[in-house]
Design a protein around this ligand. Structure first.
Ligand code: AMP
Length: 216
């Protein structure tokens, strides 16, 4: 099954994708993670990507389409994938359709995680992740069980994303509204868009998504 999790930054796409990887054996394709890995390299493209991300803007469509195209061709995607953070523009959505069709693949469902914008800044600025296993946490909504110790791997090192600062978050939300929201009618017209309440408790959101996927 190939699905897209769509929603603004802070909607919980990464958290839910991680759960779907565990429950359904799908591969999570997070373009944000791929770009952060690229930004960590001392290359021209790495420096350019880093600058764009820190400004809360979108990386160009051609770079993104090429990146996801290469990734989807990898053998581990054969059993199905979850796109997390892609597509983010109508151009990307159209390019995705074209590349899937060429591979004889299709999109089964696009899940929109609807969240009130007022809640997003608090959600995003409180995020942190284990430096070792990358498991995600939140200062208030999802703290570690033992303070300072990762629940999953026991590491005591954590990281925060540079673009999770309040100033950048507003720019990222603006980019979502202007460039990503127009994708919704694109998928709605094809009858594969489903909406879940991203304001609900994390476990409830997971149940809602699983219920939708069971109907596919
Ligand atoms: P995310 O981790 O999905 O919030 O992505 C972090 C940042 O990476 C975004 O704010 C963009 O700068 C960039 N990015 C991630 N995915 C895309 C995409 N599909 N198109 C353009 N830029 C992207």
């Amino acid at each position: 099954m190939n699905i897209i999790l769509l929603g603004p930054p802070g909607a919980g796409k990464g958290t839910q994708a991680e759960r779907l990887v565990a429950s359904r054996g799908l591969v999570q394709l997070s373009t944000g993670d791929m770009l952060r890995a690229a930004a960590d390299t001392d290359t021209e493209i790495g420096h350019r990507v880093k600058e764009i991300m820190e400004q809360g803007q979108l990386v160009s469509d051609d770079v993104m389409v090429e990146m996801i195209h290469e990734r989807i061709l990898q053998p581990d995607c054969k059993n199905g994938f979850i796109l997390d953070g892609f597509p983010r523009t109508v151009v990307q959505a159209e390019a995705l359709d074209a590349m899937l069709e060429k591979q004889g693949l299709r999109l089964h469902m696009v899940i929109e995680m609807a969240v009130e914008e007022a809640a997003l800044v608090e959600r995003i600025t409180g995020r942190f992740a284990c430096a070792k296993c990358k498991h995600g946490y939140h200062d208030i909504f999802l703290p570690t069980k033992v303070p300072g110790v990762c629940d999953v791997c026991g590491s005591t090192e954590f990281t925060r994303r540079k673009d999770d600062k309040a100033e950048t978050v507003h720019k990222r939300l603006e980019a979502y509204r202007a460039q990503t929201m127009p994708i919704l009618p694109y998928y709605e017209g094809r009858g594969i868009l489903r909406r879940v309440d991203g304001m609900a408790d994390i476990d409830v959101v997971t149940q809602e998504i699983e219920a939708q996927l069971n109907k596919a």
